[in-house]
Design a protein around this ligand. Sequence first.
Ligand code: IPM
Ligand code: MN
Length: 354
Amino acid sequence: MKLKIALLAGDGIGPEVIDQAVKVSDAIAKKFDHQIEWMPALTGAVAIDAVGEPYPDSTHEVCLASDAVLFGAIGHPRFDNDPSAKVRPEQGLLKMRQKLGLFANVRPTFTFPSLIDKSPLKRERIEGTDLVFLRELTGGIYFGERGRKDDGNTAFDTCTYTRSEIQRLAKKGFELAMTRSKKLCCVDKANVLESSRLWRETVQLMEKDYPEVEVAYEFVDAVAMRLVQWPNSYDVLITENLFGDILTDEASVISGSMGLMPSASVGSKIGLFEPIHGSFPQATGKDIANPLATVLSAAMMFEMAFGLHEEGALIRKIVDQSLEEGIVTEDLVEGNDKAYKTSEVGDYLASQIK
Ligand code: IPM
Ligand code: MN
């Protein structure tokens, strides 16, 4: 099969972790006789430096010409403490999500048997955790009207949702629940927010179309608590943009390292696959970042963008094997065990695929 993949390495550790996903994908292509055409393009702070904007039209063209986008990370500390910055790397990612129509962000959280004791949470709490967040990605407070008034002394951000935006996300949630344990949790703040009440009302009306799915409605603050208390009681969770942003960072800790969790953003023809971690500026260029979240994002890409399930499963199997063998980066190393470099982990994974 011919696979056209836009390669957006981005900022910070992005290029380093992307390199490993490319090695692994190339090894998969060789083994299964696929032809990958990698189509590199600029995004983030590197794009601001090169052409003055974080998601230039030229990059959008490359994405549109591809079948899937593999993305590294975005963000640079020089923008973080400068509230007056006019352009920010993160705007590139938001613009890309919006322009590509990626309204649903699929963020799984699962545990690896060999890493259970690396999690800051107790084994008995997290064993068996296998949940998926479906985070709405192109609406809510991220894209609402915002600004300043009173000579700059008052600031506002608005959270707006339309019924159809909620329906299309919830539909994916119900469908996903049908392929899993038929349990769906709608996360909102309907005791306070009107937009949340519309979420709840909309999802309630959809229940009759999926009689087999058992739906629970929970407030976001309670979910934040139960997620670390009883993560294995959840299966599919649907929520709005900002709640999903926060809860999925929280959930990633369950697996033992933020460097492990992949994600997919879908909605239109072209999907975007990226690790959920950020650009990790402190580690940039040191060849120490954990590449597994990006490698597992590539696995999701093979499966979801191309329907290549055997390929995705093999990547997952090799990743499990690297964890069992202790071929891991320093975030997963304990005591005097050896820490492998980012590139060494990538080399190992690729060599095992052959
Ligand atoms: C994420 C990130 C982004 C978000 C940032 C970089 C804009 O935190 O993908 O979760 O807030 O959505
Ligand atoms: Mn985030």
